[in-house]
Design a protein around this ligand. Sequence first.
Ligand code: SF4
Ligand code: SF4
Length: 367
Amino acid sequence: MYSKLSDLLSVCVRCGSCLTSCPVYNVERDELISPRGKIAIIKGAIEGKIPDTEVERVISFCSLCGGCEYVCPNGIRTIDIVIEARKKWGVSKLKKLMVEGFTRGVFPAHLATALMAIIFPDKLPFKPAIRPFLSTTEEFRKGRGRGKVMLFVGCLTNRFFPSIAKAISDIVVEAGFDLYIPKSQICCGFPHLSIGDHDEFERIRKHNLKIINEISPDYVISPCPTGLNTLKRFYGLKNVMDLSVFVLENAKELDLKPQNIKTTWHDPCHLKKELHIWKEPRRVLSGLSQYVEMERADLCCGFGGSFSLSHPEISFALKREKKKYIKDSGAELLITECPGCIMFMGSFSPLKTLHLGEFLIRSLGNR
Ligand code: SF4
Ligand code: SF4
């Protein structure tokens, strides 16, 4: 699945092409925490030239957004390097507790809400005390036999945005596919991987893969690009499908009506920089609304999961910049595809923020 750390480090030629694609470097302007800086520090630490405290500090400055991988001419997999380094240099017990609490839903609603209020001091962009989507949904919905789709819900959508999962379910069934939503599915495990907890990630990966293999779907679709990318990159699945691609491929089966509204699009980091999907959502929105392109649409919103908690100053700087671009876009509605981005941008965006699935459901026969 991932190579040895020493192999991963060997091919960086320090060309610097990745520098300005790194949102963290762009805020801090510190070479040591740039993508190539991190690689050099990790290499130095392996050779015994850099103290553990310095490598631990440097590797914390990464939101695993994939911006550097997207532009690196040598195909350096910085995400693999950072998560391998985080494994080697220890899993923070506090972070492990936080990740477990959120992804397993073990925190009571009021505690989860209190923690969320630290991340979202402006306003909470969701109603906290809701029942998880997987506790209420049917496990199977019959379509017109055009194929089998499995919905991989993801922990944020399950806990905080059941309406997004419901919208995507309706679109898949409307397109004629039989839909499977196994209740035993759990978080994709990326939050665990991101803090270096590879053992827990492996347990999760095996659990979810068993479920997916039993269903053997034509496609796995998810409201969450990070989840989708994890299934593709770290589970090795070939049949993952993004919602915008699904809609374009099944446009004839879906009676989608245009909406008289000006929209703009925010590129979730993992959707564009890892899955390389950015043209497709724009095609969908251009066909169904008056689409306007926002400046720096692919600028990270500043969330990055636990990154916004560990480096709030960088998160705040990114959020302030993003807010300006959203405001200047002249749109009436902000659309994206990531529940994390929706949660975060929903707390500061001057525009109403919807998941593409929620936008599409409004176009489905103008419901
Ligand atoms: S773009 Fe790739 S090869 Fe160049 S410095 Fe960055 S990680 Fe190294
Ligand atoms: S993954 Fe993102 S935050 Fe991390 S080094 Fe690369 S560009 Fe920077």
